[in-house]
Write a protein that binds this ligand. Structure first.
Ligand SMILES: *Cc1c(COP(=O)(O)O)cnc(C)c1O
Length: 221
């Protein structure tokens, strides 16, 4: 994306009080450095190993977000440096993130991934599962992570009515969980939704973090 278009994109996201996570999966380090030179510091990757390698090679003031599904045995690869994990879908994974963050004397911000799409392929908890996970209260004893909000991916479809209704559903679940489980602590503030094709809709429906890849970097090979 050229610098002018990038500046306009950033401006339109900031105007909605949201943040841009530049999704750099499969992109070479040179492409990441081009955006870095334009001031972008927040990047997202979907695989732990690729994230680990890019963190090692790239400037240390990048804020890295892991946005793809994470196996418990890979948490230790990213725990020393990752800032946000968007894709948490079990108490077991929360506990392992907490354990590895503690070993690194860190606190990691996490989001629960909620399944909002119609397709079977998309990962995440149902709203019901998320309620059940939070209602035990076990997560409150985890001192090395903060549950900061929700993440979701809309269906891959041209039907914008459907996409909007899925984002709206996620925003509703977010508001409900916030009120039920986070009324005292007000750090449950983040709604990660919206990608290259649907970020504008997501911003209209209350997104605070858009995860944009191909629009910035071009189509992935
Ligand atoms: C790849 C990916 C994105 C970015 O997708 P684009 O359509 O390239 O913007 C966003 N979120 C997740 C979880 C992804 O895996």
């Amino acid at each position: 994306m050229n610098p002018t278009a990038f500046a306009e994109l950033r401006q339109s996201i900031a105007a909605k009080n949201a943040r841009l996570v530049a999704v750099s999966k499969t992109q070479p380090e040179s492409a990441i450095l081009e955006l870095y030179a334009l001031g972008q510091r927040v990047f997202g990757e979907n695989r732990a190993q690729e994230l680990q390698a890019k963190h090692a090679a790239l400037p240390k003031d990048i804020e890295w977000h892991l946005i793809g599904s994470l196996q418990t045995n890979k948490v230790k690869l990213v725990a020393p440096f990752v800032h946000w994990i968007h894709s948490v879908d079990s108490l077991h994974l929360l506990q392992e993130i907490d354990r590895q963050a503690a070993r690194n004397q860190r606190v990691i911000d996490v989001l629960l991934q909620i399944k909002i799409a119609q397709e079977d392929t998309k990962q995440g908890l149902s709203a019901e599962d998320a309620r059940a996970l939070l209602s035990t209260g076990d997560f409150r004893s985890l001192q090395h992570l903060r549950v900061r909000g929700l993440m979701g991916m809309a269906s891959f479809t041209d039907d914008l009515v459907q996409v909007r209704s899925e984002f709206r559903l996620l925003a509703t679940v977010f508001a409900e969980l916030k009120q039920t489980f986070f009324s005292e602590k007000n750090d449950f503030t983040e709604l990660s939704m919206g990608m290259s094709g649907d970020y504008a809709l997501a911003l209209e429906e209350g997104s605070t973090m858009v995860r944009i890849g191909s629009l910035l970097f071009g189509e992935r090979s």
